[in-house]
Write a protein that binds this ligand. Structure first.
Ligand SMILES: Cc1cc2nc3c(=O)[nH]c(=O)nc-3n(C[C@H](O)[C@H](O)[C@H](O)COP(=O)(O)O)c2cc1C
Length: 207
């Protein structure tokens, strides 16, 4: 499907290479179609059993951004950004709605089997265990999110430096959810730091 966006689209390679954490943004409203486009791309992220435990909250309200900034120990990028995304994982919602995640192309008996299987696997875990499992999957979507933002010509900074209990209160989120990141984003109004990464021979072993 052809994708309509107001921004120039980067190749995956260009998006990966040009992404840096940016902490100052142009103060301008973000076009709704760009926001939709970003999430249309992110929802294509893979997950085990296709459970898709990620959920996103997009904050553009100035008062709420002020409060999020306070919860993030005053980190200025939060109010600088036109939009702040909270990428969270909600495995309790997944478990309560398993039929949504089963592929619609399966015959009915296979769908029921799949739901029973998943209920048994995840029902056998504690809320905390399955929340941690869901977070591993949601982090895949976080990677997609950062690249989708970059690919559409925007910039972002992923953040975990915030008081999670305070943010749950501010957004009225249930206790069981896990945060993958808070992601302020918009058009860059500053340069990021030059990439510093470990050497390939430290992180990659060929056998
Ligand atoms: C999960 C996660 C949490 C982070 N938390 C913060 C944060 O709270 N504040 C911040 O300024 N940067 C934060 N960062 C950004 C990292 O410092 C940055 O990604 C890293 O130094 C590499 O730089 P680059 O993103 O410019 O390539 C975080 C990054 C990740 C992936």
């Amino acid at each position: 499907m052809a994708i309509q966006t107001t921004q120039k689209v980067l190749s995956v390679k260009d998006a990966i290479e040009s992404r840096h954490s940016i902490r100052r943004f142009v103060q301008e409203p973000l076009p709704k179609e760009d926001l939709n486009q970003i999430f249309e791309l992110v929802r294509l992220a893979p997950s085990a059993w296709n459970l898709q435990p990620w959920r996103f909250h997009v904050v553009t309200d100035s008062d709420l951004k002020e409060k999020l900034q306070e919860a993030a120990y005053g980190q200025q990028q939060v109010t600088s950004a036109p939009a702040v995304i909270l990428a969270i994982s909600d495995m309790e919602d997944v478990l309560a709605n398993l039929t949504e995640t089963v592929h619609p192309g399966l015959p009915d008996d296979r769908k029921q089997q799949e739901v029973a299987n998943l209920s048994s696997i995840f029902g056998g875990m504690s809320v905390e265990e399955r929340a941690q499992w869901g977070l591993t999957q949601t982090n895949i979507a976080l990677g997609f999110l950062l690249l989708a933002i970059e690919g559409l010509g925007y910039s972002s900074v992923p953040m975990l430096g915030f008081d999670q209990e305070k943010v749950k209160e501010l957004l009225d989120l249930p206790e069981h959810i896990k945060f993958a990141s808070m992601v302020p984003f918009g058009r860059a109004d500053a340069e990021g730091y030059e990439h510093h990464r470990l050497a390939l021979d430290k992180t990659v072993t060929f056998h």
